[in-house]
Write a protein that binds this ligand. Structure first.
Ligand SMILES: N[C@@H](CCC(=O)N[C@@H](CS)C(=O)NCC(=O)O)C(=O)O
Length: 215
């Protein structure tokens, strides 16, 4: 069986985007199966596949891998990725640390500014906690760009960039980039200009909005 990636609505599903980007940037052939998170039966379909009943889910042969980070690790371990983890052991550890930090962090920013690729860029009030998340993001990603000299977080494009891509979309769509360093603003523009990102955004804009998720 070939690779199949189960994703949510491209308009909103930031965790799906991360896994989808890693597959797409690495030009791995995969079947995309989209589950509409508006469908009253979506949870049932997901529960039939995995215990957390969330997207993304990767299916490969008889294996079902869930959680975006586990999917990235599975792909890196089983496929020769051009855009995976850094070759160097120390850089790889660093990239994994920042991905893990993203996976469990930036919660105020993520809660208050849910990804919506179709949102016309405009400002919205955010809490001090979300502002603190943006400052942490600047410290973390701005630091990596300066340390490795860009143009991507670890130098060349990899899993860590896919992992932070939805945050770049949020910074853009909620007009939150004014306080960022020039390095991070340029990085944000570079990420949003990737053909794979543009393809995802275009598809997300074609999808019907979910009233309960629009902000
Ligand atoms: N930690 C998980 C988070 C997955 C997640 O929250 N997915 C959302 C979509 S972006 C979802 O499935 N939402 C529907 C639900 O929870 O019922 C990962 O990294 O994959």
């Amino acid at each position: 069986m070939s690779l199949e990636l189960v994703i949510g609505n491209k308009r909103y599903s930031s965790w799906s985007l991360r896994a989808w980007l890693v597959l797409t940037l690495n030009e791995l052939a995969f079947v995309e199966r989209r589950i509409d998170l508006q469908d009253p039966l979506y949870k049932e379909s997901l529960r039939a596949l995995t215990i957390p009943a969330q997207v993304p889910i990767l299916r490969h042969e008889d294996l079902v891998v869930f959680d975006s980070l586990a999917i990235c690790e599975y792909l890196a371990e089983n496929f020769a990725l051009t855009h995976g983890w850094p070759q160097d052991r120390r850089r790889r550890a660093q990239a994994r640390s920042f991905c893990a930090m993203m996976h469990s962090g930036y919660s105020a920013l993520r809660r208050e500014c849910p990804m919506n690729v179709a949102r016309p860029p405009s400002a919205t009030p955010i809490s001090d906690d979300a502002r603190a998340d943006i400052a942490t993001l600047e410290h973390a990603l701005g630091g990596l760009l300066r340390e490795h000299g860009g143009p991507f977080l670890m130098g060349s494009l990899g899993i860590i960039d896919a992992y932070h891509a939805p945050l770049m979309l949020r910074l853009d769509r909620y007009a939150l980039s004014a306080t960022l360093s020039s390095e991070l603003r340029a990085y944000m523009a570079r990420m949003l200009a990737l053909p794979a990102m543009q393809a995802w955004v275009e598809a997300g804009c074609q999808e019907a909005p979910l009233v309960r998720l629009e902000r």
